[in-house]
Design a protein around this ligand. Sequence first.
Ligand SMILES: [Zn+2]
Length: 591
Amino acid sequence: MDPDYYRKIGFMCGLEIHQRLATEEKLFCSCHTEIKDKGHEIATVQRRQRAVAGELGKVDKAAEIEEGKDRLFTYKVFRENTCLVDIDEEPPHRMNMEALRITLSLAHSMGMKIVEELQPMRKGVVDGSDPSAFQRTVLVALEGRIKVNGHTITVPTLCLEEESSGIVGGSEGNVTYDTSRLGVPLMEIATDATIPDPKSAKDVALYLGTLLRITGRMQRGIGSIRQDVNMSIKGGARVEIKGMQELALMDKFIENEVNRQQNLIEISKELQVRKAKIGAPVDLTKIFKNTKANLVGSAECVVGARLGGFEGVMGREINPQRRLGTEISDYAKLGGVKGIIHSDEDLKKYGFAQEEINVIRSELDVAAGDAFMLIAGTKQSAWKSMEHALWRADHALKGVPRETRGAMPGELCTSKFLRPLAGGSRMYPETDTRPILVTKEMLAAAKKNAPNLDSEKKGIGALVKNEAVAAQLLLSPRLKLFKLVVQESKAEPELVANILIQKFTELKREGVDCDAIAEGKIVSLFDSYHRGEITKQAIDSVLRELMKGGSVEAAIEKLKLKRLTGKELKDIIAKEKGKTKDETLRNVMSK
Ligand SMILES: [Zn+2]
């Protein structure tokens, strides 16, 4: 591939990394950040939410759309993980200084300008994920810089925010959230859009992820880190991709999004040549009184529209398993229906009779070269959904719409994110807390604790020669344990790294979770090895035994794994005097 390809197509890309911090307490209250009582809520709270104007006096567009859905939100409340602050019945407490200290140290390692007086803001959230309808966010630092693979990438902002609640279920008009992770400190790092290609985007994400992890102060596990990608190409539009769980596949998702935008640009050119034109929506309900097509037959209302010049284009593939029709269908779903039916599909498969298709075509004034679409639902949802679908169909003439998209892991591509992208009109100063002054002492501590990825890499590289193991160790939650063992036990670092990375992972697959063993015992295990009390081969068995409790000495004793000294071995052999060579060998080995 042309190494200049991405520059030529005007590729622009930036990342937003969200990482939960492993502090004791939440950001603005004293609830545990560790989930203590999952699944055993003590109460539920219900709310409805309305959009209100932000600091600039404007109501956010996304907020208005959400309000229009008129939904009831139910929040599950837990004894250890939720309090009155979380459900907005009590003002926020003082901001968590531990979280701020961690954030300041990261700001320092990215060479950022730290804001002297921190002002918590309320960012309006109307999808229900916050019972208060806002999320607190604090801009901590500005204008940082990181260097990845020779490219300098600017980091314009670093924020400390509250995590939202997790959605746990619900239906169209009623959504249920779990509040246990609500308010957990969340660090948000945003880069500028100068990442040159998809592979570099993955490298930048990996760099930032590693930088965060080597602090040893980050939460681990699924959902604790999220990478959002902002990207566009020349002639396309800025798209935000959310929900990419697997870093290893990030470049593939971005490549597919590039393809999608290129295909949509091609389609728009073709539609312009064809002089494509969208028709007005028409109520077609009466046609389907006695239909065998269940999708429309059971609906209260069916609305149709002509898509002049769209024949063959609706069914064109623009991404794996996705067509222009799928994109329009995603918009229809915003109005509450399940999707659309269009004429590039095999309509007989839905049970439509040829006679019905003819009537639809004549009612909608569909000619050769045209397509049409149908939407079935309640009177309200069908018309509302048609409005969204027509907007999207019309945009096919212009090219790529600006939108938020969600990652679809199976196809490595994206679909429209059903929650709208909120804009700038949703910020309001938090009037219930005082601004926080960043002191000289805090800055000095940030400097002292700032993680340094390059020196960390060098340090580990000097101890562990196997590059793959060293790289895994840097990303591993056992990095701290590794340093402790190497410092305390004098065991060879290479062996310690191999055991902590490979052996621990191998045992975990068998259901033996060595991470549950106290650090002190791990140190003393390597100590025994270093003193020659046990062999390398015995480490596996001792780890399994340690899982049952008890000390390392007890485990060695119980498993009879103690290594013999030369004299002890000589004594054993001496007792075999007079026996044949084979017999001696057999007896000694069994002992
Ligand atoms: Zn709380």
